[in-house]
Each structure stands twice: as structure tokens, then as C-alpha cells.
Design a protein. Structure first.
Length: 561
């Protein structure tokens, strides 16, 4: 399922695009842009060579000009009046490798017809042959050279409107009228783009199945397929042009750091796979001639199945086995721990060394994920410590302010009571008559207002203080959870390093030598301190995990029998 996927791109005047120029490029034509008074000539891209097929489709009943690229795209330009208008959209689809020119052209035509039917507009289709070199300038093998198709369509619906003449009669007027407003935004266009991509995958599987090719195309992204694959960085047209001319670029070097180790891994792993297949053939021949060998294999498979069943018990499950196996360096990011270890490790020479090397890489991948979890936890600890420090400082400031406000309230209350004591007759008369605040003297009202303001401020600060304490209690509870997660991650790291040392005596030391920063500290703290034995037990906290012997471990990690 690791195939290129379609891409919908918008062309607009704000980006310097011209719909006429875009059509000329995709169809290999010479077209005149009436708006800019410019000729766009791409006839050097000869039909049948670089451009395999070129055609323009229109809905049933459309006028002749709808299938004439020159008229169609000049009308598309004329329909847009704004200087920043979107003038066209380019739906670029990859064509499965292995299809003939005719089948690739038919697939592109059916994809274009789908857009015609969905949007009721005209489309121009250009089926292009892929370049014979890749984005880094390396020559592609023949089986890797395929096609891609540009399905170019306007931003407006092709429709017929009734128009009145000056003499009172009406006539039909075909044109590009209603704007596809739902395609102007990423969210509003998501459903339509999903349908486009889904139909492309359906066509790709139909054409590959008809040609007896592997039909495993999907429109889903790696994330939606739950594949932990990191796509290669995009280079852009300018960088690709420089790379193909022989100039090395920073972005190109980043891609090379991924591609070259991947090719080395594939070549190394291919030797192991071929050896395993050859061994399987020899075993099958031997079992046909030796019933005792077949009985021994069945007994071994039964014991392996029993061991796998035992591991389903959560009480005895091995935390390292539960962790998903890592992807090979093909998907490792440049500079990652797996990539650094892969680069620093000596190249294996024998079949046994290659088998061990593959096993080591898988365990290093597990170690890298555990270190990533520890790094994430360390980041959370730092963030929590900073948030806790700020919250504590805010609580102390609030507490200090509350003490001061209480003192002000006490002073205001004392002044109010003193004034009322000195004017008992006025206070008693006002209270007896029920005189409102407006009838009070200014001095009395001012003292009352000051005291009530202090009282309200005290209540506000007390509420803020309780809120600060709630957050501090939550920080304390979260810290307990983070420490538990950290302890668990450290346990798994010790188990993984113990396994790694069982497979290769020098792997842990080499892993530490290529680690950086916090990785180095965590690996040194978790590295085994004693020489491994045939049934070494790693005591970690209150639990102990048994590490199997080297040979069964190597077989399990490599999938060999």
C-alpha cells in the first residue's frame, strides 16, 4: 500500500498562474492567452513521447467550443474578473506501474469523465510519461518508469442559461457560470476530494487487476492506514531541477540520508530472505523423504504455539514482546537513533551476522521508542514543574495580597465604627427612619463604601486562593502518574537493553556511543552491569523478566524457523 497518491492543486492569478498556459503545458499545445496577449508554446513536448495522450472532455450536449482547449480556457480566464481569482484546478493522479500506454490513457480518461459527471464542467487531460531519472538525478530502472495524468478543469460549472435579446426573444447561452464555492476552502472541499481519491483507487485496482498486477491501491494516507511510515521530504521543482543538473542541495542531501541506508538495508535483508526461502525448500524436500523430520518440525511448532499462548496471560506477559516491532531503517528519520546506529555498525559479512544484525536493529527500534517516551515524559515533567512554580508563585502572591487586604478591611471597619460611635444620634435616627444610602453624609458613605470594597476584595482573593490550591493538588496527582509512567518506561528500557546484550555483546556499547544528550544518560543508567548468562533474569523494581536464550530470540525476531 506504499504508493503515491493523487493531489489537487489550485491555480490562481495571485500566484502568477494562467489557465491558458496551464492547459498548453499539460496538453503540449501552442495557445494564445487573450487576457495577457501572450502565446504559450509547449509543442516541444511531443505527443507520443513525453506526453502520451491529450484530450478534452465536456458534458453531453455542450457546445463545440467546450472541447476546444484554446476557446475553453480563454473563456475560463474571461469568466474570472478579480486580479486574485482562482482560474483552474489541477488534479494530478499517479498511474500504476506496469500498465500499457493505452490502458494508462483509458484510466486517465475515465478519471476525467468522473469529474465531468460530478461537476458538469469541461476537463483537459494530459497523460505524461514520468522522467527517466528520479528527483535526485539517478536513472530509474525501466520497471520504475510509469505515467502520471493531469486532469485540468475550470473553477466554474458549464451550464446553459436563458438570455433575453433586445427584441424580447430569448436564446440559450452556454458558458462557465456558477462558481464551485465549496472547492475554495480545505474543509468545504474535503468530501469532494475524498470522493475523487476513492474513485482513483477504485480505477487503479481495476486496471491493475485486469493486467494481472498487484491490486493494492488505496486512497487512505499512512496515518489512516495506521502505518508508522515517515514520508520523504518534498523537494520542490527548483531543487529537483538543480539535483538533476548535478548540483547537490541541502534538501537533496536530507533525502539521500534516507534513501541510501534504505537501499543498503533492502540489499542486506534480501540475502537473509533468500537464504530463509532456500532453507524452507530444503526442509520441504527433506520432510517428503524423511517422516521423522516432519514429526520433529510439528513437535517444535506445537511447543512454540504453547509458549505464545502462555504469553497471552497479562500476569506473565513480557513487556518487550507486547511492544510492536519497529519499522526497518527504510522509515527511520535522518539523525534518529536507529539511523545513527545503522550507520555506525559494521557491515555484516556472513549469513549469521546478517540475521543477528536484523534482530539487533529491531531491538534498537524498540529502544528508540522507549527513549522517545522518556523524552516526552521529561518534557512533561519540565512543563509541569514550570506550571507548578508559576501557580505556587501566584498562590503566594494572592496569599500576601489577601493578608494586606484583610488588614485594610480591619482598618476601614475600625474607622467606620469610630465614626458611628461619635455620631450615635445621627446613626440611630437614620436607621429608625430607614433612610437610604443617598441620605447619608458624605463622610459616613465614604467610610461605608471603603469597608464594603475591602470586604468584596477579600472574598475574591479567597476564591482565587482556593482555585490555586485545586490546581496545585492536581499537579501533585499528575506528578504521581508521570513518575509511574517513567518507572514503567525505565523498566522496559532495562529489559530491552538486556535483550540487546543477549543478541550481541557489543551492541549496547555501540548504541551508547551513538546516543546524544538525554539518550546517553538514560542508556547509561539502564545498561546491564553484569555479563549475560544463558537464562539471565533482569530484576527490575518488584518484577523480574526472564530473557530467553540467544538462538530462540534471534529466530523469533527474524521470523526464521
Amino acid at each position: 500500500m506504499q504508493h503515491a497518491r493523487p493531489h489537487l492543486q489550485t491555480h490562481g492569478r495571485s500566484q502568477g498562474h494562467s489557465a491558458v498556459a496551464g492547459a498548453a503545458y499539460r496538453l503540449g499545445l501552442r495557445l494564445y492567452d487573450e487576457r495577457t496577449k501572450t502565446w504559450h508554446d509547449y509543442r516541444r513536448r511531443k505527443l507520443g513521447e513525453e506526453i502520451v495522450a491529450a484530450l478534452t472532455l465536456a458534458p453531453a450536449g455542450a457546445p463545440d467550443w467546450a472541447t476546444d482547449p484554446g476557446q475553453l480556457w480563454n473563456r475560463a480566464e474571461a469568466a474570472e474578473l478579480r486580479k486574485d481569482s482562482q482560474v483552474a484546478r489541477d488534479y494530478r493522479i499517479p498511474v500504476p506501474l506496469g500498465l500499457s500506454d493505452d490502458h494508462a490513457a483509458e484510466m486517465a480518461k475515465q478519471m476525467g469523465q468522473f469529474i465531468v459527471d460530478e461537476l458538469h464542467t469541461a476537463v483537459s487531460i494530459g497523460l505524461h510519461r514520468d522522467a527517466d531519472v528520479d528527483s535526485l538525478g539517478a536513472v530509474k530502472p525501466k520497471e520504475k518508469q510509469g505515467y502520471h495524468a493531469h486532469i485540468y478543469f475550470p473553477t466554474r460549472r458549464l451550464e446553459q442559461l436563458e438570455k433575453e435579446d433586445g427584441d424580447g426573444t430569448t436564446k440559450s447561452d452556454w458558458g462557465l457560470h456558477t462558481k464551485f464555492a465549496f472547492l475554495t476552502g480545505r474543509r468545504s472541499s474535503s468530501d469532494f476530494v475524498e470522493r475523487l481519491n476513492e474513485h482513483w483507487a477504485k480505477l487503479a485496482n481495476e486496471f491493475t487487476a485486469a493486467a494481472d498486477l498487484q491490486a493494492d491501491y488505496t486512497h487512505l494516507s499512512y496515518v489512516r492506514q495506521d502505518l508508522s511510515i515517515v514520508p520523504q521530504p518534498t523537494l520542490g521543482a527548483a531543487v529537483v531541477a538543480m539535483e538533476r543538473k548535478g548540483f547537490f542541495t541541502r534538501k537533496g542531501n536530507a533525502v539521500r540520508d534516507i534513501v541510501l541506508p534504505s537501499a543498503l538495508y533492502e540489499a542486506t535483508h534480501a540475502v537473509v530472505v533468500d537464504a530463509q526461502r532456500q532453507q524452507a525448500v530444503e526442509d520441504a524436500i527433506r520432510e517428503r523423504t524423511d517422516p521423522a523430520a516432519r514429526a520433529a518440525r510439528l513437535a517444535a511448532e506445537a511447543s512454540i504455539g504453547a509458549a505464545a499462548t502462555a504469553q497471552l496471560d497479562p500476569a506473565t506477559a513480557d513487556p518487550l514482546v507486547q511492544a510492536p516491532l519497529p519499522k526497518p531503517p527504510l522509515t527511520a528519520k535522518p539523525g534518529s537513533l536507529v539511523a545513527r546506529f545503522y550507520t555506525a555498525a559494521p557491515a555484516p559479512n556472513t549469513l549469521e551476522e546478517r540475521q543477528i544484525f536484523v534482530s539487533v536493529l529491531k531491538i534498537v527500534g524498540i529502544v528508540e521508542r522507549i527513549l522517545a517516551a522518556l523524552s516526552d515524559l521529561a518534557s512533561k515533567f519540565r512543563q509541569q514543574a514550570e506550571d507548578q512554580r508559576r501557580r505556587m508563585a501566584a498562590k503566594l502572591a494572592t496569599d500576601y495580597e489577601l493578608d494586606g487586604c484583610r488588614a485594610q478591611r480591619a482598618a476601614a471597619k475600625e474607622k467606620l465604627e469610630q465614626w458611628e460611635a461619635n455620631h450615635k444620634w445621627r446613626v440611630a435616627t437614620a436607621r429608625a427612619l430607614g433612610v437610604g444610602e443617598g441620605a447619608r453624609s458624605k463622610a459616613w458613605q465614604s467610610l461605608t463604601d471603603t469597608f464594603e470594597a475591602c470586604q468584596r476584595r477579600v472574598q475574591v482573593l479567597k476564591t482565587a486562593l482556593r482555585s490555586h490550591q485545586v490546581h496545585l493538588d492536581a499537579f501533585a496527582a499528575n506528578e504521581v502518574e508521570l513518575k509511574a509512567e517513567q518507572t514503567n518506561a525505565n523498566q522496559r528500557l532495562r529489559v530491552a537493553l538486556g535483550r540487546l546484550e543477549m543478541v550481541s555483546q557489543t551492541a549496547v556499547e555501540r548504541l551508547i556511543s551513538v546516543s546524544l544528550g538525554e539518550e546517553l544518560d538514560w542508556l547509561k543508567a539502564a545498561a546491564p552491569t553484569t555479563a549475560p548468562t544463558s537464562e539471565m533474569v533482569l530484576a527490575v523494581s518488584d518484577q523480574a523478566y526472564s530473557v530467553p536464550r540467544l538462538q530462540p530470540l534471534a529466530r523469533r525476531l527474524t521470523g526464521s524457523r
